[in-house]
Design a protein around this ligand. Sequence first.
Ligand code: GDP
Length: 218
Amino acid sequence: MTGTVKKAKIPAMTNAYHSARFMKSAPDPAQAPPDSGREAAFAGRSNAGKSSAINAIAGQRALARTSKTPGRTQLLNFFQVGEDLRLVDLPGYGYAQVPAEVKARWQHSLARYLETRQSLQGVILLMDVRHPLTEFDRHMLGWCRAAELPAHVLLTKADKLKRGPASATLHRVRRELAELHPHATVQLFSSLKHTGLEEARRVLDRWLGLEAQVPRTS
Ligand code: GDP
């Protein structure tokens, strides 16, 4: 019918992540849930603000705390968002503090997960805005690039910098990213002030196929 506006089933403002629930932890990709549907992963050096960001995005106080429970700090922690949709927390080691052998095994498993996981749509990479693009971050971007996975960087704790320096960091990281991963995007983020929350959710919505359909006429 001419002039019909097809409305989205899920309005743009709905936070689908509010319903996120811990599913399971997996020490290696072989023990992950079935590789169907879609998932988006979160990675970051420890203390980058990853748990706080996952909680803020989900609008829940303690969702990602499960990832820090001893025994659950494994390679992959899965959270169910909807039918066959998942968020995946990739607990980052402090990197320097772990034995080289553990680090090498972890890197190998992580790279394998990124390369082989068919349902994985992209990686949200968290970096403290005051210390972006660490060795860990560069490795992650390299693996994402090799696996042809989109990466979206959250420059976390943006409330710790004034607007000028925060914006300068955003531009510097954007320039450097262009070299490291041609399809990476970046934004400022603060779990404390909720800066950039909607922007981050929109990226996830797109990867998970949750975005509202644009009204169209036919
Ligand atoms: P994770 O190790 O990457 O999961 O990091 P956490 O989410 O546990 O955060 C590490 C530390 O940074 C904690 O002390 C948080 O309170 C703090 N933090 C996290 N996000 C923010 C933020 O947006 N603003 C500020 N000021 N502090 C934050």
